[in-house]
Design a binder for this molecule. Structure first.
Ligand code: MN
Length: 319
């Protein structure tokens, strides 16, 4: 059906063995079917892409990425992971591209690693997962990374990770035994990542770096649906001036990862326009086929479909 439109999926994950050997806690524990796919950067991955009709994956680590490493090892581990991903991309340059992982535990080194990854390894941006050891990324210590991203004209993809322990205890623990995903994809990830995005805007980061671009997965973690109310409420009497909706629609891009909902797409199109919505699946946490099957049901113009499937990501990521 999409004969002349390349399909580029941009939130597709893998795991780096050395990096994940340093991760303790629940995020390091996955079943065999997922592990086989996360560690595959060749035949199995390509076979499932071919079966579904995915032409290219932009690869990134799965959560928690490089955000839960000890500061004394983070820089070397992240560099090694990026070098290995660059080699995997070089083996299949028409099928894979990469987002770098950054040692955010050492922000200045993370900015330098972003520069190296983009200029020397050919990465298209970077992905940051959840918080860095409990600190949200609007903190000014991280702004040197965004300054570098703006200078290089590459986006940073803010991806979920496990919620903070205290938040989890208060919000989710009662229901987690019966509904383990309430902590994760069903709700916990959304709350944490939307909060991260809101904090980035409230920090006035985008006033200092007006061309810094952010990508959010999962249809913007509910924010397109909430934009009007957030914007209106922030403007009520007594508040500092803030153009929340304008900033979000200008500096943020969203993807369809793991969220194949036509109503969510329509709401996002109406708030953000079609130039800021990109296709993603979230493989292997979500299989390729449901994402591709959903595309077949969409009644949108060929022009809009082209933008979403690859036109926007080609432009934003310079693919
Ligand atoms: Mn994901």
């Amino acid at each position: 059906m999409f004969k002349n439109i390349p399909v580029i999926a941009i939130e597709e994950h893998y795991w780096d063995r050395e990096l994940f050997s340093k991760i303790t806690g629940q995020e390091g524990i996955r079943g065999d079917a997922l592990l086989n796919r996360l560690y595959d950067l060749g035949d199995l991955r390509l076979k499932e892409m071919d079966e579904a009709g995915v032409d290219m994956q932009v690869l990134s680590l799965g959560a928690p990425g490089s955000q839960k490493l000890k500061a004394d090892i983070a820089v070397d581990i992240a560099k090694g992971a990026n070098d290995r991903l660059a080699e995997a991309v070089a083996r299949h340059p028409k099928r894979f591209a990469g987002f770098a992982c950054l040692p955010t535990e050492v922000p200045e080194a993370a900015a330098r690693e972003l520069e190296r990854a983009v200029k020397h390894l050919g990465f298209k941006g970077a992905m940051i997962h959840g918080m860095t050891n409990g600190i949200f990324h609007d903190d000014e210590r991280f702004w040197c990374i965004y300054e570098m991203a703006e200078k290089l004209d590459v986006p940073i993809y803010f991806h979920p990770s496990f919620p903070n322990k205290d938040v989890s205890a208060l919000y989710y623990d009662k229901y987690a035994p019966d509904f383990p995903q309430v902590v994760r994809a069903a709700w916990g990830y959304t709350v944490e990542t939307a909060t991260q995005a809101i904090r980035l805007i409230l920090s006035r980061l985008f006033e200092k770096h007006p061309n810094f671009k952010v990508i959010l997965g999962h249809f913007g973690e509910t924010l397109p649906f909430q934009l009007w109310r957030i914007d209106q409420a922030l403007r009520r009497p007594g508040a500092a001036p803030m153009d929340f909706r304008g900033t979000f629609c200008k500096n943020f891009y969203i993807t369809t990862s793991g969220h194949f909902s036509t109503p969510a797409l329509i709401a996002s199109m109406m708030e953000m326009g079609m130039d800021h919505i990109m296709f993603a699946i979230d493989w292997p946490f979500v299989p390729n086929k449901p994402g591709m099957d959903w595309l077949q049901t969409l009644q949108i113009s060929n022009e809009d479909m082209t933008k979403m499937l690859s036109g926007n990501s080609k432009r934003l990521l310079k693919l």
